[in-house]
Design a protein around this ligand. Structure first.
Ligand SMILES: [Ca+2]
Ligand SMILES: [Ca+2]
Ligand SMILES: [Ca+2]
Length: 385
């Protein structure tokens, strides 16, 4: 489709009917038979792929609500605005709406998990080594993380209950292997669905790599010069007017040459790598995270003289600072099904803590501090089912 756009084919006529569609999953398994309601439309039910859709919709705001089968869904309901484009709205069962982070409250870095509102914080790892960079699998059962328990950083997995018997080493390479993130189970091109992306400097510079969830099939993904890190995956149907489809967006210093990152993408179908926005050698733009609806990227930037959280709208590359503060603000993230709340780390009270910022369509931002004990950072990279 991107090729059609790039070759300059003109379309005449105006599309006036759009659809709201999405997938409903329980721990990664499609849920069939979920009743879905939508303002002014007859109810529908999900099919064997967990898929639902409402077609023939005109521009308006619709409330979409899943129900049935005995589950609680996240979000419980969604206000979806159709504005001359199809809209995807996924739902998951509540277990997937979790927040992962690293905390030093017990004396050294461990992985923690919490509910999306910060309640229910509990420790997953319990080990004298550094346990960092947690990422929850799209089926909600497994955490990938990085640990230096073997002398240098390697990627491990452990189940969400933290059972030591489930702990599995996935990488075994000299140098740093860290920053894991899972790819979606449905949708990405061949070779990219149900993989773990990670960062490795085993070839001499940092590159994005991928592997199967059991550690087999390790292969280099990004190929440009410089150092690449912080991969995030999404189906980006409008990157400044171009339908890129499934991409990895990542940070790289390839455009600055001085260690400051810029934002880049790799199209997983064509293999093309290019800038999302122009790099600036004087600015570190890093830690990109694609939103659950694939329409935004949150990242950190020190363009204002201190690290700030920036919300980038992919369709037009507009940038808005969120939760502005003179202290360092970094490592933005999202949880499943919520495209309005950004989680981030801030040092505005001193030590790094996990915060959330919620911005309803009209009201001012609502800020919440979710952690208070020890240092808390590295909010887990999230992948959406
Ligand atoms: Ca530890
Ligand atoms: Ca290693
Ligand atoms: Ca700041």
């Amino acid at each position: 489709m991107s090729g059609a756009v790039r070759s300059g084919i003109d379309f005449t006529g105006t599309q006036t009917a759009y659809r709201i569609y999405g997938y409903i999953t329980n721990a990664g398994t499609p849920l069939s038979g979920v009743t879905v309601s939508c303002t002014g439309q007859p109810n529908t039910t999900t099919n064997a792929s967990g898929y639902y859709e409402f077609v023939g919709l005109s521009n308006s705001t619709y409330t979409v609500i899943p129900s049935g089968l005995g589950y609680t869904y996240v979000p419980a309901n969604a206000s979806v605005t159709v504005s001359s484009a199809d809209q995807r709205q996924d739902f998951v069962t509540v277990v997937l709406n979790a927040l992962l982070f690293t905390s030093s409250r017990d004396g050294n870095p461990e992985t923690y998990v919490a509910n999306a509102d910060g309640t229910g914080q509990r420790r997953i790892t319990n080990d004298a080594a550094m346990d960092t960079d947690p990422a929850l699998s799209p089926d909600g059962t497994t955490i990938a993380y990085a640990t230096n328990r073997d002398g240098n950083y390697e990627i491990y997995t452990i189940d969400v209950a933290g059972n030591v018997s489930s702990r599995t080493r996935l990488t075994n390479a000299a140098g740093m292997d860290w920053g894991p993130t899972w790819t979606s189970m449905i949708g990405p091109p061949a070779g990219y669905a149900n993989r773990i992306l990670f960062v490795s400097d085993r070839t001499g510079s940092r590159k994005i790599w991928k592997m199967n969830p059991d550690g087999t099939g390790q292969a280099q993904v990004t190929t440009g010069a410089g150092n690449d890190q912080f991969p995030t995956i999404g189906n980006v149907t409008n990157l400044n007017g171009i339908n890129e489809g499934w991409v990895i967006i990542f940070a790289s210093d390839r455009g600055t040459g001085n260690g400051n990152d810029g934002l880049y993408f790799k199209n997983l179908s064509t293999g093309v790598e290019g800038p999302v926005i122009a790099s600036n050698p004087a600015v570190n733009m890093t830690e990109p995270r694609i939103s659950p609806n694939y329409q935004y990227v949150a990242f950190s930037s020190d363009a204002a003289g201190n690290a700030q959280i920036i919300l980038l709208t992919l369709s037009n590359l507009a940038q808005v600072t969120r939760a502005a503060n003179a202290a360092a603000d970094y490592q933005p993230s999202w949880v499943v099904g919520d495209n309005t709340t950004i989680y981030f780390v801030s040092e505005r009270t001193g030590a790094p803590q996990v915060w959330s910022v919620y911005k309803p369509p009209i009201l001012p931002e609502v800020l919440a501090q979710l952690t208070t004990s020890g240092d808390n950072w590295q909010i887990g990279r999230r992948t959406f089912p």
